[in-house]
Design a protein around this ligand. Structure first.
Ligand code: C2R
Length: 190
């Protein structure tokens, strides 16, 4: 069982890199980001999809980022997810080195709650897309789910899990609706 709060995977260029069954490559600009975006790996765990997490930075380790992105497809990776904060160039730079789909997670910062990260991730020039999710825990979850949806295009098992997930979501929200009504009714009776 993996410890969700710690990083795993191996740093590219420092020994054997390939982890078996890795379908999603997650890059984070700094280990300080992980506590804010680890929800992405919770989703991948829920669906049983293999992934690896590496700290890499377009600014601080540009050569490693390039080598990682360029070799990802040939190593079996299907989707790349990049989380970075502030001047968040990681996702865009990764996207420039591969034709795999790249999902960007803007990490929350002290500046306007992460507006800096959001704009620098989402505002790509035409021709090099980054599918950018929202800032915050919902964004990290959605990055994982979007990766799952992309993988489901060619994987019936994952597609079935996705359909099941959506069914359960409806049940979960209906239950919340019932609970809320019950709470309000009780309050009105008093
Ligand atoms: P430190 O905590 O390591 O100083 O990092 C990271 O994602 C993090 O949010 C501070 C912030 O710098 C971000 N960072 C980027 C990139 N590399 C690091 N935005 C990049 O390449 O885009």
């Amino acid at each position: 069982m993996r410890d969700k709060k710690t990083l795993h995977g191996k740093i590219f260029g420092q020994g054997e890199f390939i982890l078996m069954g890795v379908v999603v490559g997650i890059l984070i600009g700094s280990d300080s980001d992980w506590v804010k975006v680890s929800g992405v790996s919770d989703v991948l765990d829920e669906f049983g999809v293999g992934y690896e997490v590496n700290v890499m930075s377009a600014h601080r380790t540009p050569v490693e980022v390039m080598r990682y992105a360029e070799s990802a497809e040939s190593r079996g990776v299907k989707v790349l997810i990049c989380a970075a904060g502030g001047a968040a160039h990681l996702a865009g730079v990764v996207a420039s080195h591969t034709v795999l789909p790249v999902i960007g997670i803007p990490v929350a910062t002290e500046f306007c709650g992460g507006l800096d990260s959001l704009l620098s991730t989402v505002q790509m020039p035409g021709d090099i897309p980054v599918a950018t999710v929202g800032v915050g825990t919902g964004g990290a979850r959605n990055a994982g789910l979007l990766a799952i949806q992309i993988i489901a295009l060619n994987d019936d098992n994952i597609k079935q899990k996705l359909l099941e997930f959506r069914k359960n979501l409806v049940k979960k929200i209906n239950k919340k609706n019932e609970n809320l009504k019950e709470t309000i009714n009780k309050k009105n009776i008093k």
